[in-house]
Ligand binder design. Structure first.
Ligand code: GDG
Length: 488
């Protein structure tokens, strides 16, 4: 079905990045594929159908790639070819679009992260950042999609990604009229009330923008329900909850959940690579008898500090575990140009240091924090954990939960927040927790560490089966299937 169409994938980030040559280390320039399931999934779509990828140039390295062609034909180290059309906003517009509106304003709203008694303060600067940053960059992206659609011999199929580009579907529809558009939101969709933090002009523009699509994809059923409610309550639109449809300007917009997943075979092959084997050897040189692991970006939504406080409680209650257990937090630095994020990483480090001062004895350190960005090290951790802690405050899906259990060699136990998207699929086989409750989390960590082998094996097996049955290819195929139903 896709062959009759020209797919256009639209995302903030290109699927690859340029790592410039380093004269001091004597390393050549590299074109590296972006990490994560989204790139993998959309890459298979993009390479099998010669899709075009429209992305925003974020920095000098992206601008250097943009200069290589329009669209640029780019071949990554592993031989995959991408066609990428970059839009190039001014650094000021990009900063307002990305660092003021998308992160933190929208990200904080969609993860319920604001401390509402104090923040956010909305003023004319917010409206300026929205207009001159977010809307402006969205318009540039939409214009580029429209130009490519008009230049194509085949009718376009537009796949827009995520919260940075909410206005794009409406803008593309305004220009092209009859065109098939799908938008997928990777992060949670909060309640209608929580959206009213934003000025009406902004929150309405977000809904009008999204409703330009034919199909709106979310991670979970809860997100779908919240979106339908938001359309009904905040815009007064007619909504059919059974059919999961919003009636908008004479069209029926389908709202569906497509839980994102992982490329199981690709991930397992990567976990067998030389690099991961070397990282595992390193890990085995220091690992204690019982290993608790977390792998996260240093994002406020990931709830890293409460994870440490829960572990501290567990050590308070269970002195017998002292010396035998270690909590390894493997953290990727994230958004360090935003003050709240820098401060958050500071609290993560200082809470870990306090707990280590409190309990360390002999050669034993209860928490090991590593802040780095080496995927092979995360995979080595996945292979080796006894308990994997995934306790986000709110999370769209959380792929670490899926990847970790699929790769693990010890039938390790997943401790999972009831507010992670993956809870809908994996909750029955994990030890689930309220992420705010550190006593409950402490108890779950303890249960996970002491669970008997048959029970651990049964739970891990059910998670592996669930993830295999709904892998990343299914995420894509469900979306394509719905578009096919819509077109036929
Ligand atoms: C957003 C939503 C949603 C791990 N270590 C390294 C590294 N990783 C990879 C993991 C995993 C990815 O990073 C993290 O994905 P998550 O899903 O856990 O979280 P977000 O980054 O917040 O992703 C989330 C997702 O989008 C997809 O829709 O599930 O809810 O928030 O794949 O393997 N990556 C790199 N270095 C590492 O050291 N580069």
């Amino acid at each position: 079905m896709l062959g009759r169409y020209q797919p256009i994938v639209v995302a903030n980030r290109a699927p690859l990045a340029l790592e410039p040559a380093d004269v001091y280390r004597n390393t050549p320039e590299r074109l590296v594929k972006g990490a994560g399931g989204l790139v993998t999934a959309l890459s298979s779509l993009a390479s099998s159908t010669s899709a075009l990828w429209v992305a925003v140039a974020r920095d000098e390295a992206d601008r250097a790639l943009a200069a290589r062609g329009d669209p640029a034909e780019l071949v990554t180290e592993d031989g995959t070819t991408y066609r990428v059309a970059f839009v190039e906003p001014t650094p000021e517009a990009y900063d307002l679009y990305y660092n003021t509106v998308s992160n933190p304003l929208l990200w904080f709203i969609q993860h319920y992260l604001w401390d509402l008694a104090r923040e956010p303060i909305v003023d004319t600067a917010t409206l300026y950042a929205w207009r001159e940053g977010y809307v402006r960059v969205n318009q540039m992206v939409a214009d580029r999609v429209v130009a490519e659609a008009l230049a194509s011999a085949k009718p376009p199929l537009v796949f827009v990604q995520d919260y940075q580009l909410y206005c794009v579907p409406g803008m593309v529809r305004a220009a092209l009229g009859d065109v098939r558009i799908q938008h997928f939101v990777h992060i949670p969709w909060p309640t209608p009330q929580y959206w009213t933090i934003l000025p009406k002009s902004i929150r309405d523009a977000i809904l009008h923008g999204l409703l330009g699509a034919d199909v709106l994809g979310f991670q979970t059923r809860r997100d779908v329900r919240n979106f339908l409610l938001t359309c009904e309550e905040n815009l007064g639109l007619a909504v059919d909850f059974r059919e999961r449809t919003v009636f908008y300007e004479g069209r029926a917009v389908w709202v569906r959940n497509y839980p994102i997943s992982i490329d199981v075979d690709g991930l397992l092959a990567q976990a067998d690579s030389e690099e991961v084997i070397a990282e595992q050897a390193r890990l085995l040189s220091w690992r204690p008898e019982k290993l608790i692991l977390r792998v996260d970006r240093t994002d406020l939504s990931k709830n890293i500090v409460r994870g440490f406080l829960a572990y501290e409680r567990m050590l308070d209650y269970h002195q017998e575990l002292h010396g035998d257990v270690q909590f390894w937090a493997y953290l990727q630095p994230s958004r360090q140009d935003i003050d709240d994020y820098r401060a958050y990483l500071g609290s993560v480090l200082s809470v870990a240091a306090r707990i280590n001062r409190k309990f360390s004895r002999g050669g034993w350190t209860p928490i090991r924090v590593e802040v780095d960005d080496v995927m092979a090290r995360a995979l080595a951790g996945y292979r080796q954990f006894d308990v994997l802690l995934v306790n986000p405050i709110y999370d769209g899906m959380n792929l670490v939960a899926k990847e970790g259990v699929v790769c693990n060699r010890r039938d390790g136990v997943l401790v999972l927040s009831e507010n992670a998207g993956s809870y809908e699929e994996l909750g029955d086989f994990a030890l689930t927790v309220n992420p705010f409750d550190i006593d409950e989390t402490a108890e779950a960590l303890y249960l996970g560490l002491t669970m008997d082998a048959p029970q651990k094996q049964a739970r891990a097996e059910r998670i592996r089966e669930t993830v295999r049955a709904a892998d990343i290819n299914r995420w894509i195929s469900l979306q394509v299937q719905d578009l096919r139903d819509l077109i036929d």
